[in-house]
Design a protein around this ligand. Sequence first.
Ligand SMILES: C[S@@+](CC[C@H](N)C(=O)[O-])C[C@H]1O[C@@H](n2cnc3c(N)ncnc32)[C@H](O)[C@@H]1O
Length: 308
Amino acid sequence: MEIEREVERRVRRRSLGEPLQYILGSTDFGPLTLECRAPILIPRPETGDVFQRLASLVRAGLGRLSRRRKTDGQALEKEQGEARLDVKVLDLYTGSGAIALLIAHELRSSPRHAGRPAEWDREHELNFRALGVDINPLAIELALVNREKTGLTREVDFVQSDALSLTDLDLLDGRPHLVVANPPYIPMEEYERLPGSVKEWEDVDALLGDGERGQEVGDRVRADGLAHYRALARNLGGLLGVDPEVTSSGLDDDWDDAGLPRVAVEIGDGQAGRVRRIMELESRGVIGRTECWVDMYGKERMVVGWRR
Ligand SMILES: C[S@@+](CC[C@H](N)C(=O)[O-])C[C@H]1O[C@@H](n2cnc3c(N)ncnc32)[C@H](O)[C@@H]1O
């Protein structure tokens, strides 16, 4: 009887338009199952698709980097007698923690990780750290639950902060090599037309790229949903620790030499060209080259940027 009543309650919630993921309390995200709680944005499969491919690209690049260092006989950081590569990823606008956790899952060095061949672990010992940042304390609460759920407590941390004025990277223990983000990017005009199952359940601050926050970063006249990309492009050098005035940036140049990207951002419909230009022109020389990746539905979904 109790089960029947619960099913009835859930059917009723669904009939009122509540997304299934909130009713069931979880969703699959690539290889992970993550807890979902309203109003924190439900991680989308297309996001999982492009960021999983990004993790594969990074993994391949790290393989090249590791082999090159071994061939060059360069001194590697030694930890407990093992040669290790440091990899630090900053996930801005982390929400449920989905992207940070997915990348950590794909790159962590645990030999127990089933999805990766054991040789890879032996060949490329990684010292992986990720930090997820969100302005909403409820998002950070959920991200921490998901961190426990996925067993990635050693690899990932989360902190509540405004991504637009982030300075404290202590939890990352140094500068990130790569910044990833799925910021709010929906323009006001498009937001008005969203289905009720999105607009009435998911946090407006997770979706709307314009509005007060956008205006704070100098977009008083624009309502194109791109305010967070402009802010990120301008802040990228500071976050990565690049001084554009100095040719030798103090960055780990090996990362760039191995063809590894410095930034990867999810984008909305029709935003690819403009976000590519923002990253190339407004990052003060930090990003020299970008690509747009399409998702599994054939839609332009991510802009990836390299120093050169
Ligand atoms: C589109 S959601 C992305 C969530 C998650 N990364 C994902 O892909 O499923 C955007 C997130 O940005 C957060 N956010 C909005 N403005 C922010 C700001 N200024 N600083 C940090 N986080 C912000 C929202 O709380 C929301 O969780």
